[in-house]
Write a protein that binds this ligand. Structure first.
Ligand code: FPP
Length: 228
């Protein structure tokens, strides 16, 4: 069953949680937890092609994360700049297409420019890395409903067609690390029929092997989409 193409996950999303706790457990500054979190992202992106996933969506910065202390917000933005700068050539070489979901245009102008350049340079890739930046799912749904209304009709299909994820495969699997069991305003609409896996592993410790095991667990589940 695991090899059956119907039972394989095409689109996986991850709420990367636990960077702060990872650092605290080691007596390190929070910034170090985020830095190691980026390493985990890098390793995972390298594994996507081999795992046969079409799209990996990562919750990197939520619209609520602005409430964190200013120095932490600026650390996260700096990590984003460095990540794009250092990993862009690797994305291109590995057939990764970058996509951004969320209101990323509200970020610093140099980051917006860097992201748009990266979107352009990776536009031919066939494995999507969707990064959620300044993302909030309720806000996304409200934007999509407004656009659907402007186009003449509001229903489930027209709203879905205006979501930031409209061009991505349906979400199959949502993973959240660090033992928290909630969605935190992430992909609320897209989770309608997604399977969910909550793991105790803290994000910096999450490896491609953890993802592979989650995919195996997904393939073993029977999805009924409301039928029987
Ligand atoms: C949660 O840990 C993590 C975040 C708020 C940000 C996730 C960001 C990264 C992994 C790095 C940046 C990403 C990219 C793609 C460059 P937390 O601080 O909430 O941890 P805690 O709950 O243990 O305090």
């Amino acid at each position: 069953m695991g090899e059956d193409s119907d039972s394989r996950a095409r689109h996986v999303a991850i709420i990367m949680d636990g960077n702060g706790r990872w650092a605290r457990q080691r007596g390190l500054p929070r910034a170090m937890g985020h830095r190691r979190g980026v390493e985990a992202v890098r390793n995972l992106v390298r594994s996507v092609k081999g795992l046969g996933i079409e799209c990996l969506t990562l919750y990197a910065f939520s619209s609520e994360n602005w409430k964190r202390p200013e120095d932490e917000v600026s650390d996260l933005m700096q990590l984003m700049r460095r990540f794009i700068r250092s990993d862009l050539p690797e994305f291109v070489a590995n057939d990764v297409r970058l996509k951004i979901i969320g209101d990323y245009k509200a970020l610093a102008p140099d980051i917006v420019e860097m992201l748009e350049n990266a979107l352009e340079r990776t536009s031919k890739g066939s494995h999507v890395l969707a990064v959620a930046l300044n993302y909030g799912s309720q806000q996304e749904i409200a934007r999509a409903a407004t656009a659907a209304a402007a186009a003449g009709e509001i229903n489930a299909e027209t709203i879905a067609a205006h979501l930031d994820t409209a061009d991505l495969p349906p979400l199959d699997l949502l993973i959240r690390t660090s033992g928290e069991v909630r969605l935190s305003n992430f992909l609320l609409w897209q989770c309608a029929y997604a399977e969910m896996i909550f793991t105790e592993v803290l994000w910096p410790d999450f490896t491609p092997d953890h993802l592979r095991r989650a995919l195996d667990q997904f393939s073993a589940r029977e999805r009924r989409y409301g039928g029987r």
